[in-house]
Design a protein around this ligand. Structure first.
Ligand code: PEP
Length: 260
């Protein structure tokens, strides 16, 4: 059985104090949900929160004992040295991060990250024993000219195809159509299923069936309490990478419950 995951990407939101308060509220709700789940046979998915860098260490400390993982939204493509303003994978590991998001479309679009840079960052993350959520997704323009499948293939090839099957066990893929991120316009469950299934076939072609069956593929793009259940009900959708809705603990909890 592959892992079901619901992850919250806070982006550049919440001061340290606001973030700690939000986590405290979330853990209180989680405690209640766990008590309701007892004896139902249902299991929570893996929950990961991705706060801003400044909160990673404290969030990881607070999350101890809650079975909630903490990750970072980015890391440097370099190991260490004179790279002013950068945060290395090793620093994140030392801060007790378990995951890092790489290749997010906001990083690709606003900070000019290419597939080659993403691939380098993935290598740094693995050297520091971090797990990776690798984001792929097509723009509206690419979808309008029916280029969504070649676009995703190209991203997968250049970001992931240099890895070994063993390394692929520590990769989660997030399919995030750029036109759906932060726009309130989500992919339909059918569009998500079609692309997730396609991604699995590309992974199977390069690696093997086992790798493709075991890899978790998350949907991201305006996923919220209203649409999450239908999207998560698709056979190749293993959970979600949630932006806006993860900033409200109640909404984030509703999205998590939608996968139960
Ligand atoms: C994201 O940034 O990964 C994301 C999916 O954002 P939103 O849910 O706000 O569209």
């Amino acid at each position: 059985m592959r892992k079901r995951i619901v992850a919250g990407n806070w982006k550049m939101n919440k001061t340290h104090r606001e973030g700690v308060e939000m986590l405290a509220q979330f853990f209180k709700m989680l405690d209640f949900e766990i008590s309701l789940l007892e004896d139902t046979g249902k299991q929570l998915p893996e929950i990961i929160v991705f706060p801003p860098f400044l909160l990673v260490a404290d969030a990881a400390m607070l999350a101890q004992g809650w079975d909630v993982k903490v990750g970072a939204q980015n890391c440097s493509s370099e190991k260490e040295g004179a790279f002013t303003g950068e945060i290395s994978a090793n620093m994140l590991k030392a801060a007790k991060a378990g995951y890092v998001i790489l290749g997010h479309s906001e990083r690709r679009n606003y900070f000019h990250e290419t597939n080659q840079i993403v691939a380098k960052k993935i290598d740094r993350a693995f050297e520091s024993r971090l797990q990776v959520i690798c984001c792929v997704g097509e723009s509206l323009q690419q979808r309008e000219v029916s280029k969504e499948f070649p676009t995703i293939t190209h991203q997968l090839e250049e970001c992931l195809f240099h890895l070994t099957k063993e390394q692929m066990k520590n990769v989660v893929i997030a399919y995030e159509p750029v036109w759906a991120i932060g726009t309130g316009k989500n992919a339909t469950p059918e569009q998500a299923q079609e692309m997730h299934n396609y991604i699995r076939s590309v992974i199977s072609g390069k690696f093997d069936k086992e790798t493709s069956e075991n890899i978790s593929i998350l949907y991201g793009g305006s996923c919220n309490p209203q649409n999450a259940k239908l999207i998560f009900s698709q056979p190749d959708v293993d959970g979600g990478l949630i932006g806006g809705a993860s900033l409200n603990p109640k909404d984030f909890m509703e999205v998590i419950k939608a996968i139960l």
